[in-house]
Design a protein around this ligand. Structure first.
Ligand code: UDP
Length: 253
């Protein structure tokens, strides 16, 4: 891969969503590969309002968000919060960011080694096959499902240590994937680690993304609720977040 087309700052610009950081980078995949070329590993968090509300009640998760190397605006609620505070920021859905990162990595001969960890048995394999077919220069160095015993987990960590992938996608759901990355990133200190939630299920064709109309209307959450009604309790975080965002705008807290 050639050098980045423009100078990019080593430390990304930052705004706050409540007391949590959100980074503003024009081209996050390009920025991440630039960091990697300099030997810096990265933990990427794709932030949405559920995660913010989780951080509000969970000190460990709050600290994790503050320590993440790159926090990108995944959810519409986060964009709404920033709008209320006079900032217009483009939403970057986590799955689209991950796809862009895979494409950019596949253009490189040195940063194209990828590992897929998570989801039900067979899903990560399917993801690997599909991406390998789409991006022949991508090197999928390994896969592992997200449901296994302690022995497989120990073996997984040894494999990661040996393989040293450039990019490790972890699809265990929030917050398990973020905690897992926090606990294991030292195993591959120069890797880009990304928690991708349900993206493997979508890439493998097990689930569908919301149609474009829903996405454009910021109603992706509604489509998800329709597909997975059991999520209703988790989704109560969304109106709570919206209310809190409004109060913070009106009363500055
Ligand atoms: N998952 C997993 N191991 C677990 C629990 C969940 O691999 O112990 C996977 C699950 O199969 C799914 C993903 O994690 O592929 C979570 O997807 P979800 O859409 O719930 O992600 P979130 O909304 O939390 O980002």
């Amino acid at each position: 891969m050639g050098q980045p087309s423009r100078v990019m700052p080593a430390v990304p610009a930052k705004v706050s969503v409540f007391s949590y950081p959100l980074h503003l980078v024009d081209n996050a995949p390009e920025w991440l590969l630039m960091q990697q070329r300099s030997g810096r590993g990265q933990h990427v968090v794709t932030l949405n309002s559920e995660m913010v509300m989780l951080a509000e009640r969970t000190p460990r998760f709050a600290e994790l968000l503050r320590q993440a190397d790159l926090v990108i605006p995944d959810g519409s609620g986060v964009i709404l919060y920033l709008k209320l505070h006079g900032l217009s920021v483009k939403r970057q859905p986590g799955i689209e960011f991950a796809e862009a990162l895979l494409k950019l990595a596949s253009e490189s001969d040195h940063h194209n080694r990828v590992f897929f960890y998570g989801a039900a048995p067979g899903v990560a394999e399917m993801v690997a096959i599909r991406w390998q077919a789409k991006l022949p220069n991508l090197k999928v160095v390994g896969v592992e499902s997200g449901y296994h015993d302690a022995n497989t987990e120990a073996e997984l960590i040894r494999r990661l240590e040996r393989l040293q992938p450039n990019i490790i996608f972890v699809a265990l759901g929030v917050p398990r994937q973020e905690y897992w990355i926090q606990d294991h990133r030292h195993v591959c200190p120069t890797a880009i680690w990304v928690g991708v939630g349900g993206s493997f299920d979508i890439w493998a064709g097990q689930k569908q993304r919301a149609p474009k109309l829903f996405r454009n209307l910021h109603l992706e959450w509604l489509y998800r609720l329709y597909q997975e009604p059991w999520r209703w309790r988790r989704m109560l975080a969304l109106p709570q977040f919206a209310w809190k965002a409004l109060v913070s705008r009106l009363y500055g807290r």
